[in-house]
Design a binder for this molecule. Sequence first.
Ligand SMILES: [Cu+2]
Length: 175
Amino acid sequence: MQKAPIVLVAASLALALAGCAASNAASSAGASAPVYIHMNGRNDFLEPTVAVAPGEPVVFVNEDTGFHNVIGYHPTTGKPNPAVNGDLAGTKGAGHHVATYTVKLTKPGIYDYYCSVHAVLAKTYGKAVQPAHRPGVHGYPGAMAGEIIVTNDPNLIAQNPATTAKKVLAGYFGG
Ligand SMILES: [Cu+2]
């Protein structure tokens, strides 16, 4: 008679876990929920790689006091990619208006971008380029750059950092 409750507990745990899996799948499949990419005091993108479903909004959020931009480019040709192109004024501080730039990409693929204030495109070989640290930029040793993966694979989307679900993160002003 002692085993019956244990079985019941195990069964309800299994149901609870199944419920979690189901709600995760539902949230990642919801193409209307934006994915947020944050700029902070280090002159970088806090979430440099994110994945979204086609048409799912990607919202860049500038929580930094300084100006940033988001410039799309093709890494194999060095040419600009106008599908990603935005300016973000600085935010004065907590409680002030936060500048955002929203982009919706409908075609699956990888969209590379960088901030031309804090990074430069450097030649690699042939016509290929990659972002490099802009000399004189303080706060972050790497290049301020990132990529958006537009995909129909929910497993990739489920790997986004937890911070991509929240528009404004606390404690990042003042760079
Ligand atoms: Cu920047």
